[in-house]
Design a protein around this ligand. Structure first.
Ligand code: ZN
Length: 189
């Protein structure tokens, strides 16, 4: 659920999590919320981990090519200093940061900031992808985005890896992954 103008908390920060599989529109949703904050003349700062080099170095870019200026960082502990003056803090691909990002997001929210993070909530095996479970637990607002299963057309919340690789993180675009429902998803050998 998104916070609307009418119900937005006053004088307090909070955390919003946009969670889902690949191709579910997480980044589009993050960009949409951050753009609206910019239109409202709020100070917005956006981060993404260096691991995600696809498309553009200094922007967050969704699969449908919407984009927004962002700061590429190596570690979550770079965020507090860079977000000092921001009212709204966005983080894309948050599953690529370590567990310290949970305490950092909490502190930003405690300091009165609106924190919006987007990330993969399951790895390619369908196992919860830390730190997403912890972020979902401490967030005030949670949105689960679903894709469409490429096999059967049902709502999909799993990311199917189409290449043989047992590493948890293999960064790739459309050709290495596709969205599938729980019935059509399988763990590759
Ligand atoms: Zn399916």
């Amino acid at each position: 659920m998104e916070v609307t103008q009418q119900q937005a908390p006053q004088n307090v920060g909070w955390i919003e999590v946009v969670a889902g599989c690949m191709f579910s529109g997480k980044t589009e949703e993050l960009i949409r919320r951050l753009r609206r904050a910019q239109i409202a003349r709020q100070k917005v700062v956006i981060f993404k981990p260096r691991i995600d080099n696809r498309y553009s170095a200094n922007q967050i870019v969704s699969h449908n090519t919407q984009s927004l200026e962002s700061i590429v960082i190596d570690k979550a502990d770079e965020i507090p200093a860079l977000a000092k003056d921001a009212q709204v803090v966005g983080i894309d691909e948050v599953q690529f940061f370590d567990m310290s990002v949970v305490a950092i997001c909490n502190k930003l929210a405690d300091d009165g900031k609106r924190v919006i993070v987007a990330g993969l909530d399951q790895d390619y095996k369908g196992i919860p992808f830390e730190p997403m479970p912890q972020l979902l637990s401490v967030a005030e607002y949670i949105t689960k985005t679903l894709a469409i299963c490429v096999v059967c057309g049902n709502p999909a919340d799993r990311t199917q890896r189409k290449i043989a690789n047992a590493d948890r993180v293999v960064v790739g675009a459309a050709d290495s992954y596709e969205a599938r429902c729980r019935k059509c998803h399988y763990i590759p050998e």
